[in-house]
Design a protein around this ligand. Structure first.
Ligand code: PEP
Ligand code: MG
Length: 747
């Protein structure tokens, strides 16, 4: 029977839905479905393969093939035509299947009798859950309508699978989102956390799959589309001030939102019996499958826009999704594909943990997580597909492991670990007010990094001697517009109030690269990390920097302060920045405002070039702070946000350590104080090596001060230096191995 006509198709979908309503186990339902589909499609065979694990399909039901092969026949993704359907996430329509490239004959099924094959993926939101196959003895060429009709059925099966309709015995028939899952990722911030999942972008749950009244569904779709177009127009108006790129994206959105072919494809699916939301999901799955195949980055971006638009449409149709301003639940562990620093700041410090599918250790989102001492695991793929809001979750930031819906045994072992960590904290608290003096009498200054008002109490609890790096850009990232001068002055003043006698080193605005302000003109650069960022922006377009310098001077209210400029790559940039600060001081004086009793003006050394600046730079500069995060990426030419290259190079590589030694010697020869404020300062072994290379000041996130101080107080620095020198002399690439051995064996 031909099911091209929408009416027949709707009839089939209705019957499928009825199988959902009938009490029964998953196997019975699947058996019933294959019978129905074969009858409606007029095929001798209909089979459903479901995914057993990430790479394997299992034959779960069949009409026409040998029953004894059910749950016995398994295929890897890419194996045979069925496996190819799963791998490509696209249909295969073969009139003479045995002649097709990739065909693999499975004797246990008795399929040698059948010639033609049509297989379509059972997929939801781009994730392949299985394959639906029909076969005939004759060399039947299935029509495009047949393919479409089978895809619609597959969509319904996918939604039913998601709703748990096929639960039964065996791996392929487990209920979705219920089993425990272990994700092995990468640690971006140590520590352990127990809590519940908070999805940054929750999946839409569709409970109505099949609709009886296509006209009513089309009306719902049309109303949602109208709303979508209005929203897109609003977005377009509000991005009028944005850059051309942003406008291009919005125009693409508008184009898709008005696309007649998109709407007509959605309406065709509705005519065949799907609800409006499932019709949208069906198109979205096809878009995602295309996205994975399209090599052209521009086209991929446009498909991404369409995907995003589908999400918006789904939210409108279902009324689901997280609204801005929703409160963060207690013990929330944020789960996201990726997140930018501004979005993370919006959630705030109350998060207990962060788990990302993508991400990178060097990103600013990771730096914020570290500043907040929130355990963070990245590369936990594909957690956003598995996790549901409020699922129990354990984050092991030390091992880079995440347990989703853990068993009781795992939870109890985890709790023991948390107890041990608490004991270690008690040990660090005992040395909080002691100096970081090594066994051979060298004292290393311990400062902390900060960026928000909420960080300041850590000055007291961590035992930091001051704030070695105050990242002022976090205030800018948190807002929707450039903060006002008076607001900033008040904030800087409160920061200094909270610091009391301890000195605060404010770094002027460091934006660009991955720190993008949504409200500033977005320029497209081929390589933003090496582009127009930090002081380069401040010097070329000085308006904001001048305002910030004024705010800093006013916030000090006559108290002493340190100001440093980020990303100084050459002496002249330091001189120009300093001149701007001097001009601001003069103008404040003229206005009769108090100026700080002392201002030390420093530069961040974040590019290798500055280490080789003229002597005059070191003489003029009041202090230097090594921004190791950036310095390392430029030293090795390895993007700090690109995990593939970032992790190739060890901080304890002899080249990098020798470079740090050179910087320390150069600064010491001019008596220019130097510190290290990159993330590596907070790692005990790295910190010990930096001290051995001659650095006497380190600035790190507050939670690292205890462990680093503990390490330094137990170490003999001269001995450590000897171990490093011997390793350097041996031709080793990194000193880590020798140093770890020495640390382990020392008495
Ligand atoms: C650095 O680069 O080491 C640094 C401290 O600056 P940021 O991480 O904010 O770029
Ligand atoms: Mg930097």
């Amino acid at each position: 029977m031909d099911i091209n006509a929408g009416g027949n198709s709707r009839d089939l979908l209705k019957k499928l839905r009825e199988t959902l309503a009938v009490e029964g186990d998953g196997q019975e339902r699947l058996d019933h479905i294959v019978g129905l589909v074969a009858e409606h499609m007029g095929t001798e065979v209909c089979s459903i393969y479901l995914r057993r694990d990430r790479q394997t399909l299992e034959l779960c039901a069949t009409k026409g093939l040998k029953q004894e092969s059910v749950h016995q026949t398994r295929l890897r993704f890419g194996e045979g035509l069925v496996g190819l359907v799963a791998k490509r996430a696209a249909p295969i329509n073969a009139a003479d299947a045995p002649q097709e490239k990739g065909f693999r004959y499975m004797p246990e099924t008795g399929e040698e009798l059948y010639t033609s094959l049509l297989g379509v993926p059972v997929q939801r939101l781009g994730e392949v859950l299985g394959v639906l196959v029909v076969q005939n003895k004759s060399a039947r060429q299935f029509s495009e309508d047949d393919v479409y009709a089978l895809e619609v059925v597959a969509m319904v099966i996918a939604e039913m699978k998601e709703l748990g309709a096929f639960v039964g015995d065996g791996e392929a028939m487990t209920a979705p989102h219920q089993r425990p899952h272990l994700f092995k990722g990468t640690s971006a911030q140590e520590g352990s956390a127990k809590g519940v999942v908070l999805l940054h972008d929750p999946q839409i749950v569709v409970s109505n799959v099949v609709a009886d009244d296509p006209e009513a569904e089309k009306e719902r779709l049309s109303a949602a589309m109208d709303q979508l177009r209005l929203n897109v127009d609003d977005l377009l108006t509000s991005t009028n001030t944005g850059g051309q790129d942003q406008k291009d994206v919005m125009e693409a959105y508008r184009m898709f939102a008005n696309s007649k072919s998109w709407v007509s494809r959605l309406e065709t699916s509705i005519d065949r019996g799907l609800t409006a939301e499932v019709a949208v999901e069906k198109e979205q799955s096809a878009t995602r499958a295309r996205m994975a195949r399209v090599p052209d980055p521009y086209l991929r971006e446009r498909l991404h826009d369409l995907d995003d638009l589908s999400n918006r449409l789904l939210r409108l149709l279902t009324g689901q999704g997280r609204a801005a301003g929703d409160s963060v639940p207690e013990n929330a562990i944020l789960v996201a594909r990726n997140i930018g620093p501004a979005e993370l700041l919006e959630y705030g410090k109350t998060l207990k943990g962060i788990v990302l599918e993508g991400g990178s250790v060097g990103s600013h989102a990771a730096i914020i997580a570290r500043a907040w001492a929130i355990p963070m695991v990245i590369h936990a793929d594909p957690i956003t597909r598995e996790a549901l809001n409020n699922d129990p979750i354990l984050v092991d930031g030390d091992q880079g492991v995440v347990h989703l819906r853990p068993t009781e045994e795992v939870t109890s072992a985890f709790q023991d670990k948390i107890a041990m960590l608490t004991a270690a904290q008690t040990k660090y608290a005992a040395i909080r007010n002691e100096p970081a003096t090594t066994l051979d009498g060298v004292t290393v200054g311990m400062q902390m990094n900060a960026g928000l008002m909420v960080d300041l109490p850590s000055l007291e609890t961590s035992g930091a001697e001051g704030v070695g790096l105050f990242r002022t850009e976090l205030q800018f990232l948190m807002r929707n517009a450039v903060p006002k001068r008076d607001e900033l002055a008040a904030l800087y003043s409160r920061v200094m109030d909270a610091a009391g006698d301890k000195r605060v080193t404010f770094r002027t605005l460091d934006i660009g690269s991955d720190k993008v302000l949504s409200y500033m003109k977005n320029i497209s650069e081929p390589n933003p990390a090496m582009g127009w960022r930090a002081i380069r922006m401040g010097l070329d377009k000085p308006g904001v920097m001048k305002m910030q310098l004024q705010a800093l001077l006013r916030g000090a209210k006559g108290r002493p302060m340190n100001i440093m400029f980020p990303f100084i790559a050459q002496y002249s940039e330091f001189l120009d920045s300093r001149a701007m600060l001097h001009a601001a001081i003069e103008s404040e004086k003229k206005l009769g405002h108090a100026i700080p009793s002392e201002i030390k003006i420093g530069a961040m050394l974040e590019t290798p070039s500055l280490a080789f600046a003229p002597d005059q730079f070191f003489e003029t500069c009041d202090f230097i702070s090594i921004g190791g995060n950036d310095l390392k990426q430029f030293f090795y030419a390895a993007d700090r946000e690109n995990e593939r290259v970032r992790s190739r190079y060890d901080t304890l590589n002899v080249s990098f350590l020798s470079f740090i030694e050179l910087i320390a010697q150069r600064c010491n020869s001019f008596n220019t104080p130097v510190s290290f404020c990159g993330e590596d300062a907070g790692k005990p072994v790295e910190a010990l090596c930096f001290a051995a290379m001659g650095l006497r000041n380190l600035s790190m996130r507050p939670a690292s001060i205890g462990p680093v101080k503990h390490m330094l107080r137990k170490a003999n620095l001269a001995e450590a230096k000897q171990v490093i020198d011997t390793a350097r002399g041996s031709g080793a690439q990194s000193v880590r191995k020798d140093l770890m051995e020495w640390l382990k064996n020392r008495s």
